[in-house]
Design a protein around this ligand. Structure first.
Ligand SMILES: CC(C)(COP(=O)(O)OP(=O)(O)OC[C@H]1O[C@@H](n2cnc3c(N)ncnc32)[C@H](O)[C@@H]1OP(=O)(O)O)[C@@H](O)C(=O)NCCC(=O)NCCS
Length: 198
């Protein structure tokens, strides 16, 4: 079977889907792999008020500063990720100063029952197209040194180590970057197009 299963669809989250965003975040931070994947703990997620999720999802659904994409299978959510456009002079999720406008992928999660089916490839491809449309030439992320599965998936879709390693609250995080082609030169297909390995 192709990695790019036709039955998996990826789309941007809608503002009214904040309860599902919260539920998936609760599930992902409770996952056995969460200790090498997410800075937030489930008890911190549970303590956030509804207003937090409403506002986060509103921005992720319609702004140019962040976008959450969800992967669905038969209309059920099977995974998600968020892209955040960092502005020069701001501080990122690992507390680092941002020297230059860039896009970071965070919160990547595929439900256990759906892993190994290409959802992460489709999520990254969709995120990459959105980042290209924001006028950026690459997208970056940080992945825990011991998260072998995520590292292998990112490498497969074209991410390469930047050489930057940052020690976060959960350990050493390896910086990875995916170079993008401009939107008007992308091939017209549903693969991980728009990505040029560095
Ligand atoms: C990371 C994640 C999104 C990847 O999605 P996925 O559907 O599991 O990924 P895939 O199965 O397509 O690819 C995983 C790759 O890792 C490999 N792999 C599996 N287990 C592995 C391990 N323990 N160590 C190293 N590689 C491993 C697989 O063989 C595959 O590589 P290949 O395509 O070269 O064969 C998903 O596993 C997940 O949600 N994990 C928990 C949360 C998480 O870690 N998020 C990332 C935070 S940076």
């Amino acid at each position: 079977m192709s990695r790019f299963s036709r039955s998996i669809a990826v789309r941007r989250v809608r503002a009214d889907e904040w309860p599902a965003v919260r539920a998936l975040r609760m599930e992902s931070t409770s996952d056995p792999d969460a200790t090498v994947a997410f800075l937030e703990r489930p008890e911190e997620v549970a303590a956030r008020p509804d207003e937090f999720w409403i506002e986060r999802t509103r921005i992720a659904a319609a702004s140019d500063s962040a976008a959450t994409f969800v992967a669905t299978l038969d209309d059920h959510w099977i995974g998600a990720l968020t892209v955040i456009v960092r502005q020069e002079g701001s501080t990122d999720h690992l507390g680092r100063p941002v020297a230059e406008r860039r896009a970071d992928v965070v919160g990547v999660y595929v439900r256990r029952s759906a892993r190994g089916r290409g959802a992460v490839d489709q999520l990254i491809a969709t995120a990459a197209r959105w980042v290209s449309a924001q006028g950026l030439a690459s997208v970056t992320l940080d992945v825990h040194r011991d998260n072998g599965r995520a590292r292998a998936a990112y490498r497969r879709v074209g991410f390469r180590p930047t050489g930057i390693v940052t020690t976060s609250a959960i350990g050493d995080e390896i910086g990875m970057e995916l170079a993008l082609t401009p939107p008007d030169s992308e091939p017209d297909d549903t693969s991980a197009a728009g990505m040029v390995p560095t």
